[in-house]
Ligand binder design. Structure first.
Ligand SMILES: Nc1nc2c(ncn2[C@@H]2O[C@H](COP(=O)(O)OP(=O)(O)O)[C@@H](O)[C@H]2O)c(=O)[nH]1
Ligand SMILES: [Mg+2]
Length: 478
């Protein structure tokens, strides 16, 4: 007997599920559903219909109707959309998808009509009159999941994909939607199954015939599986970074050129600049993209020693807060003037408040003017001539790269996925701890639980409440 044959359950079997619970009652999947799939704006709107009566219902409002009586999969038809009195509403391109070759795995129709609020509303109205139900949030994706067209982590990736604002967000989302994370999880599952096989084969009656487990080798295998899981857990930090962006605060004394620098980086006048010190009294936020990542800049109020102006003091409090929460601090000092008390106070405030692991970029401003000082770890920049601003930006994107590195192929994007991995890891730790007691039944139980937690990620064993939570975050029509 080979070890592998002991395990009856194949982890790669489809995740097709039967829905019986109350939590998911709202997704009554015997209905045929319809919804607008595109957003406002643009000339063309797409209306989707999915379910067992999709062709029948659509053919009632599309002429000539023989196109949908015996549709060909994926073929487009130019048809008239008509109302109950045979009045033409629009001319539309219609594509039929025959189950299971559709997004949802059911019979599906997509109507590409003109994006007028009236046309869209009318078509949906006609479809519902003929027996379709307006789809709720995420219902198309939910059906795709139920019908085994994608697993849960792919569905989550798809949702991220729609929301992606930057190149890197898009990259991790598309990888997840295409099943990259699922495949990685499968590999980890395989290694746990191997561990389980070795144990299970010794639990049953044939035990006498088996040699003892090579403990050190076995522990090594558990360790390496645990490391794979830990790596994925860590990838969540990276994903967060990519999702939420990097925070950069520009800090310095009044008139050091902070607002001018922000405006120059943004390429437009976000902040008011002037030769009057104290022009920026509150923090100003602005978002741009650097190296494919969202960068959230905070232009801070200037730091001034001995201020007793209430607004200015409050402004400095906010500056402190910006320093505490930023990943990068750009410290700016006017190179044309000797270092002032204000400058010293600013440096002190940064040192006292900078977040652990955050990067400080020391920068001289106004390098186009005559220089009064030099420090070799300062970058000489000018917002007037643009000198070294490219260097400043590349320093920022290098910092991003350090945090993110290039291995964002297998990355988890949700707290839920992280929780599943951590639960799985805990069970492996327990299995490892008791292994030497040769208590194989209990070791096997922990390994099975570890496996179950991993299966939650792809949705094979996920509870219906969690499923409901995930899909209700989708938009209508997706
Ligand atoms: N020559 C020169 N002047 C600058 C430069 N950057 C800012 N300034 C001037 O310095 C003054 C203060 O700039 P501002 O950006 O408002 O400083 P903030 O108080 O730190 O925000 C303004 O008069 C700017 O025109 C620069 O690179 N070169
Ligand atoms: Mg300013």
């Amino acid at each position: 007997m080979t070890l592998k044959t002991k395990i009856q359950t194949n982890p790669r079997t489809s995740h097709r599920r039967i829905i019986t619970s109350r939590a998911l009652k709202m997704y009554n999947h015997s209905d045929t559903i319809a919804s607008l799939a595109t957003g406002p704006g643009g000339t063309i709107a797409v209306i989707r219909i999915s379910g067992r009566n999709a062709f029948d219902i659509s053919s009632k409002i599309l002429k000539p109707d023989n196109a949908l009586k015996e549709p060909k999969n994926g073929v487009s038809y130019l048809l008239k959309v008509v109302d109950e009195n045979n009045q033409i509403i629009d001319r539309a391109i219609v594509i039929a998808y025959i189950n299971p070759k559709s997004f949802t795995g059911e019979d599906m129709v997509e109507i590409f009509c003109h994006n007028s609020p009236y046309i869209v509303k009318k078509i949906i109205e006609l479809l519902t009159k003929n027996g379709a139900r307006q789809a709720i949030r995420g219902e198309f994706s939910f059906r795709a999941f139920i019908n085994g067209k994608m697993d849960l982590s792919q569905a989550e990736g798809l949702n991220e994909l729609i929301k992606a604002e930057t190149e890197k967000q898009h990259r991790i989302a598309i990888n997840q939607a295409n099943g990259k994370l699922s495949r990685k999880i499968d590999l980890i599952k395989d290694s746990i199954i191997n561990l389980l096989s070795e144990i299970e084969v010794r639990i049953d009656d044939n035990y006498e015939e088996m040699e003892n487990i090579d403990i050190s080798n076995y522990l090594e295998n558990i360790e390496s599986t645990m490391n794979d899981i830990k790596k994925l857990v860590k990838s969540y930090e990276k994903a967060n970074f990519i999702k939420n962006g990097i925070k950069i605060a520009i800090v310095g004394s009044p008139n050091s050129g902070k607002s001018s620098l922000l405006n120059r980086i943004l390429g437009y006048e976000r902040a008011i600049t002037s030769e009057i010190p104290g022009t920026t009294r509150d923090t100003i936020e602005a978002v741009t993209h650097i190296g494919g990542i969202k960068a959230i800049f905070t232009d801070t109020a200037g730091i001034r020693a001995n201020s007793n102006d209430k607004i200015e003091i409050e402004g400095m409090e906010r500056t402190k807060n910006a320093i505490r929460t930023s990943d990068i601090i750009i410290y700016l000092e006017d190179v044309s003037k000797p270092q002032s008390d204000d400058d010293k106070l600013a440096v002190d405030m940064i040192n006292k408040n900078i977040k652990k692991g955050a990067k400080l970029i020391k920068t001289y401003s106004k390098s186009d003017l005559e220089k009064t000082k030099q420090e070799k770890d300062f970058l000489y920049t000018s917002s007037k001539t643009g000198e070294n601003l490219d260097k400043l930006l590349s320093t920022i994107s290098n910092t991003e790269e350090n945090v993110i590195d290039s291995a964002y192929d297998e990355i988890i994007t949700s707290q839920r996925q992280k929780q599943c991995l951590e639960n799985s890891l805990k069970e492996l730790i327990k299995a490892r701890e008791i292994l030497s007691d040769s208590n194989y039944e209990i070791v096997a139980e922990h390994l099975r639980m570890s496996l179950n937690h991993l299966e939650d990620i792809t949705g094979k064993t996920t509870s219906d409440d969690i499923l409901k939570n995930i899909f209700k975050n989708f938009c209508v029509g997706k």
